[in-house]
Design a protein around this ligand. Sequence first.
Ligand SMILES: Nc1nc2c(ncn2[C@@H]2O[C@H](COP(=O)(O)OP(=O)(O)OP(=O)(O)O)[C@@H](O)[C@H]2O)c(=O)[nH]1
Ligand SMILES: [Mg+2]
Length: 299
Amino acid sequence: MVFNQVTKLFASLSKTRGLLQSISKRLTLGRPSNETLEEFEAILLGSDVGIETTVDIIEWMRYQKFNHNPQIELRNYLLSLLEQTADSQLILKQTPVVILIVGVNGTGKTTSAVKLAYYLNKKGESVIIVAADTYRMGAVEQLQKWSIQTNVSLIYNKATKDPSSVLFDGLKSAQARNIGYSIVDTAGRLHTYKNLMNELQKMYRVLNKRFPMFKIQTLLVIDANLGQNSIIQAREFNKNVPIDGIILTKMDGTAKGGIVFSIYRELGIPVKFIGIGETLSDFIEFNAHEYVSSLLGIG
Ligand SMILES: Nc1nc2c(ncn2[C@@H]2O[C@H](COP(=O)(O)OP(=O)(O)OP(=O)(O)O)[C@@H](O)[C@H]2O)c(=O)[nH]1
Ligand SMILES: [Mg+2]
């Protein structure tokens, strides 16, 4: 991660860090006191680390005899919790890739689709955006505005209500122009909207059947402020279409930045990107080491 991004990540985690640091800074060599453990437990739960991970961390600390540098020892332990699934890569060597951006209403899908397009474009990749949210009023206009700013072309069709039809046109265009990454913005849906979930599956079938040469990546957008609720939503989405990764939005200003641990623990799906604001560049590739260090205010 470049310096500027580390700084932004650090700034966006300030509220969560404030809580964690109030305890972690008090850790001294030897065994932590019961009082410290209890306070730390409450803070971990409050920052949305999740019950199971909190229990693990507290039990680890209870029997840990800090003998070197408690903050670094804690950092290394937290990092070990995130490393199992952190290896999968989004920037696939083998293009073409189609990236479906899915999630519940208002989580930041459209903004993230545009930020991702901007991010890939800046890396020198060829990108288009496909406007497959045919439901929300003004969805195409929202993307048109952004696409002018990013200089990324947009495929849309205001005459249809069928997202699979826009997807089809979009990928035909991507094929004709030899585009590496086609980013597909989709409508917001709750897992309880059966029709919309069926529609998502239909899009998936169209991709498998008509565009087998495209590698599919489905990214679920989760709003960091929604806490444990989003874990339930993610599980349900994953039952309908396989989720390859998570974009965690609105990390700026939340005190619930510990949600990353819940996502890894309870879903086993890697966080690929985090959204840290409303502008195009407020979007960074997730890096477990930078994340944990920023959380604890180390290095
Ligand atoms: N602070 C902050 N705001 C964000 C972030 N990502 C998105 N937003 C804001 O969240 C609001 C909703 O974003 P959209 O991208 O329209 O969300 P959506 O999921 O496409 O919404 P629907 O299409 O209605 O389901 C907008 O005001 C965005 O500017 C983020 O990382 N940080
Ligand atoms: Mg949208």
